[in-house]
Design a protein around this ligand. Sequence first.
Ligand SMILES: NC(=O)C1=CN([C@@H]2O[C@H](COP(=O)(O)OP(=O)(O)OC[C@H]3O[C@@H](n4cnc5c(N)ncnc54)[C@H](OP(=O)(O)O)[C@@H]3O)[C@@H](O)[C@H]2O)C=CC1
Ligand SMILES: O=C(CO)COP(=O)(O)O
Length: 366
Amino acid sequence: MNSAATRSPRGAKVAVIGAGSWGTTFAKVLCDAGSDVTIWARRSEVSDEIQVAKRNSQYLPGVNLPKTLKATANLADALRGARLVFLAVPSQSLRQNLHDIEPYLEPTSVLVSLVKGVERTTTMRMSEVIHDTLDLEPDRIAVVSGPNIALEIAKEQPTGAVASCASIAVAQEVAQACSAPYFRTYVNHDVVGTELGGVLKNLIALAIGIVDGVGYGENTKASIITRGLAEMTEFAVAQGGDPITLSGLAGLGDLIATCQSPLSRNNTAGRLIGQGYSQEETREQMQQVAEGITSVAPVLELAKSRGIVMPIVQQVAMVLDGEMEPKNLGPHLATEDGIPRRELVLKRDSKPGWRRLFGRRKERTQ
Ligand SMILES: NC(=O)C1=CN([C@@H]2O[C@H](COP(=O)(O)OP(=O)(O)OC[C@H]3O[C@@H](n4cnc5c(N)ncnc54)[C@H](OP(=O)(O)O)[C@@H]3O)[C@@H](O)[C@H]2O)C=CC1
Ligand SMILES: O=C(CO)COP(=O)(O)O
């Protein structure tokens, strides 16, 4: 496909499925980028408020939404004529939502996941869930991810993101549709790396929240962020991602934003746990989705199946399960043999031009 043939014209119809904080913010970005946007909310009181008052007071208090934004609680109305369909629902409900939208999808619609979680029951990434559910070709599945705290973007504070698709032409089309003056979207074709960046930074943000809740300072947090990026990269590469993606907006960029922002729900959930609340109490206090909590178990399962050790994520799981006190969480687990490891190892991969950044696994056996 050539990019000119697939580029969505200004004013093209797009749909956003999910009207929480991110779906609503993203709908605003798409409107401000010039698309004809309809957002679907599962509750009609939410769609009515967006349609009539151009507000979503539950999720984006104080934010005025574009006059051009349309909203509905009817899936058929939202999806009619939509070339791009942006998915902004919780990861654990995506599969059911896909079944619900299937009858109304246009034959050439591209599905774009904005979701940063892994399906607990299958360990699938969201692009895999889309493929598994709807059997779409890879050039009809894309993801957008980056340092994107919803409320900041809704207030038009500038940031960037990455649009990834196996087809660069489609990634360009998606990137163009979501490039507003305050939201710059770059193109990538590493769907695995882009998607996993968004999933894994949530787990490291939980760890940051936990040590913050304990009262630890900047050295601990900087160590966790740095070693966390190493864990994220090793995991993503083992799943087929490109290490370079993890050093970009969808990896390091999102890691910094989520670990630093008091607006991050994962960071906040971690902080509550660090302050001594149980996982259950934390869930009750959170009014919004904290994807990291549900992604810990499937990520560790995938890591185990690939022989990857993720000390920080493992400790987060232990704290969540009440098997470790928050104050004992650190940037590393004690090694079994007590021998200090090398920090970073640059290795050439078998693929030309690629380097494996973190050779911890191999080194352990040397
Ligand atoms: N908020 C952010 O800053 C960002 C979030 N994301 C990702 O976007 C995804 C959505 O998160 P976000 O919008 O923040 O979450 P919120 O908690 O703000 O909103 C969740 C939305 O999903 C809806 N919802 C809940 N359960 C279902 C279901 N079973 N079927 C359909 N809709 C459902 C809720 O509807 P109702 O109100 O009726 O309960 C609500 O509209 C997550 O994967 C998140 O990681 C990505 C980038 C930034
Ligand atoms: O993905 C996000 C920022 O990029 C939002 O993070 P939280 O889900 O932790 O709020």
